[in-house]
Design a protein around this ligand. Structure first.
Ligand code: FRU
Length: 485
């Protein structure tokens, strides 16, 4: 089937139920399917949206195109949780069904206000010449999950930006509302973050100009401002960023910038950091959404998938997933990302992982290890019984300490043009602490208590459920098979 533009933008009601049910059952049956991560019921999932706390529960939505593994007409699918680990899928919440979002209910955020959840997102509209118009729109969701959209835009695009103006994050500060948005400046075509202010969420919204960060490539997508241990942190996706500024290997990176203070009135960002830092050391993290929760912590969740890339599950009519939720803190000016406490509730029986014999952990597992300093060796993950197909972790914990993760020979190739391995530097001469999660076709490696996270998809052949450590390495390890969420 050819995915023509017409087909990708066909209104949802023109699709028949049978096609959708078949796609859903095909996705559910896939060997690659995720069992304790948020995954699309059918079709394509991309950015997390509206990550928030409301009505006594955690809320998250994802960008969805339910009818195939392509970027088509986008809507929001809603999930809630009591512990940030077990998510219940409540189905479609925001349809692209008004003149202000006719070609996609694009990414946005949410905030509990009074007894409702306010959603602020980008309405993507194409005119008869297929020229894009971006509206920043609002909607109220009630406790029953009923969404009522506002009839007029909250923000019309200002003169100084191109049609690339989207992904509002709504914030509250000193009794006022603020929003930051990804923007492309009309004159310079540079990537920017726009700042807006309002007394009431429904507006009027006032343009306060750009946040004073350096230009970031040609576009910034999905900007977030979150306060971590009292410091302002911008998390964003700069497209077309010069690799001399900060090196990256993915088609587009997801990066962060830690500051000392942020002035909500002038957009002045005081920082000691010289350049943005990669948020994830792996292959597939993008569009991370973070927010300050009422429990005092900042949490983040990411799309595991990248724009313009294809994945082997596309052939099965579904694509991508969300990461697990990560709790943020700071250490020496850098972000730490840790699994949330409730991840332990997925654990089955604890086993010691010893020796160099093939050890079967199943397709959904957690492995926690400490590798003594001053060594080098290899750990094979998701390996077949001969250790041939696997994800290869090569570590050095001595002088030039580093960890390399290679997914080049672990089943079907995933975007090999962008390289099959990623390397992160480690502190020299220290024990290496790893907490590794595998969920069928996803790995998330938390290094040294979250100083680095290395996330990636892989598409194994049958029977790749073994873990192997090189013989002679001095380490301690425990494993758990993990339950479905
Ligand atoms: C990022 C993004 C956003 C946009 C959304 C559309 O992945 O391109 O900028 O709002 O996806 O699905």
């Amino acid at each position: 089937m050819e995915w023509t533009r017409e087909k990708r933008y066909l209104p949802y009601e023109k699709w028949d139920v049978k096609t959708l049910l078949e796609l859903q059952s095909q996705a559910a049956r896939s060997d690659y399917q995720l069992h304790y991560h948020i995954r699309p019921t059918s079709g394509l999932l991309n950015d997390p949206n509206g990550f928030s706390y409301y009505n006594g529960r955690w809320q998250v939505f994802y960008q969805a195109y339910p009818f195939g593994a392509v970027h088509g007409l986008k809507s929001w699918v809603h999930l809630t949780s009591s512990d940030l680990v077990h998510w219940e899928n409540l189905g479609e919440a925001v349809y692209p069904d008004t003149p202000l979002d006719s070609h996609g209910a694009y990414s946005g955020s949410a905030k509990a206000i009074g007894d409702k959840l306010f959603l602020m997102y980008t309405g993507n509209v194409r005119d008869e010449n297929w020229v894009r118009h971006s509206y920043q729109v609002g909607a109220w969701m009630d406790e029953e999950g009923k969404v009522t959209k506002l009839e007029t835009p909250l923000i019309n695009s200002p003169e100084h930006v191109t049609e690339h103006f989207r992904d509002p994050q709504i914030l509250e500060h000193d009794g006022k509302y603020y929003a930051i948005l990804g923007a492309q400046d009309k004159e310079t075509k540079a990537g920017k973050i726009s700042l807006y202010k309002a007394d009431a969420v429904t507006g009027p919204w006032q343009d306060l100009g750009y946040v004073d960060l350096p230009d970031m490539g040609y576009m910034v997508e999905c900007p977030n401002l979150v306060f971590v241990d009292g410091k302002p942190v911008f998390i964003f996706c700069p497209q077309g960023l010069d690799k001399n500024v900060t090196d990256y290997q993915n088609v587009y990176p997801n990066m962060y910038w830690v500051g000392e203070s942020f002035d909500f009135e002038t957009g002045h960002f005081e920082t000691k950091q010289k350049a943005p830092i990669n948020l994830d050391g792996g292959f597939d993290v993008y569009a991370t959404q973070a927010f300050n929760a009422p429990d005092g912590y900042a949490y983040a969740i990411s799309w595991v998938g990248l724009p313009d890339m294809t994945y082997p599950s596309d052939k099965e009519g579904w694509a991508n997933c969300l990461s697990q939720v990560k709790r943020l803190s700071l250490k020496h000016g850098r972000l730490l990302q840790k699994p949330v406490k409730a991840m332990k509730s997925l654990r089955g029986v604890e086993e010691d992982f010893t020796g160099d014999l093939a050890f079967d952990v199943g397709a959904q597992s957690e492995l926690k290890l400490t590798i003594k300093q001053g060594q080098k060796g290899k750990l094979l993950l998701a390996a077949d019984s001969e250790g041939k197909n696997c994800i290869k972790l090569s570590f050095k914990t001595g002088k030039h300490a580093r960890l390399m993760v290679d997914r080049g020979e672990c089943g079907q190739a995933v975007n090999p043009d962008y390289g099959t391995s990623r390397t992160v530097k480690l502190p020299a001469g220290e024990d290496l602490d790893l907490r590794i999660f595998v969920d069928h076709s996803l790995f998330e490696i938390f290094v040294n208590g979250g100083e680095e996270v290395i996330t990636g998809r892989f598409f194994p052949q049958n029977g790749q459920t073994f873990v192997k450590m090189d013989s002679g390495v001095d380490y301690q390890a425990k494993t758990w098979r993990l339950k479905d969420m």
